[in-house]
Design a protein around this ligand. Structure first.
Ligand SMILES: *Cc1c(COP(=O)(O)O)cnc(C)c1O
Length: 412
């Protein structure tokens, strides 16, 4: 089935006693059983016992997400941050290393340097190019980590080179596909990634109303290279023998949900499930408006530069066209100075907030907000300048957006 069809049909429960059309919310903490034998079996077979581990509403969302990303399965979490943490913890031990791309989402860098750092895992950074990553891979490297599209630099990694490198070295390629809009703009598992993590807070939700995250994986025998899957676990089972290719997500659930409790509320799973029904339409509409806006800004005398991968002369265009299904809904404009950016943002009649993928267009000044805590030199390296404004294009009529930008630019 095509993406649009899966977005409205995948994951719907097939065994609802009332034949409900849509997703029921199971707002319960625990699931009962009658007698010792049924309880024993439910625990042994990984059935429904307690909602920190498994909930039918969350499970429906996992099945829908897996269909949309071309994954064999998924696990959902309370936020994108929780998903990223669980995805990596399942791959590393103290003393291991991760190679990650420069210019990652700021909180991901914090998570890697501070939380993984506390656990004795070292993360090293390089541009997401094959040679640069290869130079940092060592004996203890257990994961390569990149984002589908960097923010706000809007660069696209060398997917083919990195996927080949990951296979050759027996290391998992993990991609943060938040900017891939739950598969509507990009499906990294089809490009050779072993694992996808994503924030559902952004395009998947689409309404900026809830937080959520997911870890998705495809079938691979790569896990046989990891001792946590080939040696007996705390219960004396060898995960690869018991779960096969599903052993990785089983560990992600065990660590992130069962033990750390970073579980998604079923009410939020319900809202995210609704959001996904329109993700394909929203992604396409936003992309069309983003291109129209990028062209308008490119021709505007007050704008010194525009970055949007959908522009044929954009530095990311060639790779985006090769690897992605869509050019996305994020663009940046360069106004030349802090003062020009300030005048523009005072005058432009649009919302300003540090979020992306929302139904409403949202602007942000990365230099003073999302990237404000980084040293100047690190900001510049991430493509953040004092005059840069990031735009997450929403669902407004393109003409209204162009008029709003025109108004803001008149004040520059
Ligand atoms: C927002 C975001 C995250 C974190 O997700 P939350 O749901 O906010 O925890 C991770 N990566 C990227 C690229 C993001 O944009």
């Amino acid at each position: 089935m095509e993406y649009e069809t899966l977005a409205v049909l995948a994951g719907l429960p097939e065994d609802d006693p009332y034949r409900a059309v849509g997703l029921p919310v199971y707002g319960v903490a625990a699931y009962g059983f009658r007698g010792l034998e049924e309880g024993r079996r439910r625990f042994e077979e990984g059935g429904y016992t307690y909602s920190r581990l498994k909930n039918p509403t969350n499970r429906a969302l996992e099945r829908r997400l897996a269909a949309l990303e071309g994954a064999s399965d998924a696990a959902v979490f309370a936020s994108g941050q929780a998903a990223t943490l669980a995805a990596l913890l399942a791959l590393v031990h103290s003393g291991d290393e991760v190679v990650a791309s420069e210019g990652l989402f700021g909180q991901t860098v914090g998570l890697f340097n501070q939380v993984l750092g506390l656990m004795g895992v070292r993360v090293r950074y390089a541009p997401p190019e094959r040679a640069a990553f290869e130079a940092l891979i060592g004996e203890r490297t257990r994961a390569l980590f990149v984002e589908t599209v960097a923010n706000p630099a809007l660069t696209v990694p060398d997917f083919a080179g990195l996927a080949a490198l990951a296979e050759e070295r027996g290391v998992a390629l993990v991609v943060d596909n938040t900017f891939g809009a739950a598969g509507a703009y990009a499906q990294p598992l089809a490009l050779g990634a072993h694992v996808v993590v994503e924030s559902l807070t952004k395009w998947a939700s689409g309404h900026g109303s809830v937080l959520g995250g997911a870890v998705l994986a495809r079938g691979t025998d790569l896990w046989r290279a990891y001792p946590q899957f080939t040696e007996p676990d705390a219960q004396g089972r060898v995960p690869w023998e018991v779960f096969g290719e599903g052993c990785y997500l089983e560990r992600v659930r065990q660590l992130g949900l069962s033990l750390m409790g970073m579980a998604l509320s079923p009410f939020n799973a319900y809202l995210l499930f609704q959001g996904l029904e329109t993700v394909a339409l929203r992604a396409r509409a936003m992309e069309g408006t983003a291109l129209a806006l990028a062209r308008f800004l490119q021709a505007h005398p007050k704008v010194q530069g525009v970055r949007y991968p959908g522009l044929p002369d954009d530095p990311a265009h060639e790779r985006a066209a090769r690897y992605l299904k869509g050019f996305g809904s994020i663009l940046t404009l360069e106004l030349g100075s802090l003062e020009a950016a300030s005048r523009f943002l005072e005058a432009v009649p649009l919302l300003q907030a540090p979020n992306v993928g929302d139904a409403r267009t949202l602007l942000v000044h990365p230099w003073t907000t999302t990237h404000g805590r980084l040293p100047e030199e690190a900001r510049l390296r991430a493509g953040v300048t004092p005059g840069l404004v990031r735009v997450s294009v929403g669902l407004e009529h393109p003409q209204d957006l162009l008029s709003a930008f025109q108004k803001g630019l008149e004040a520059v």
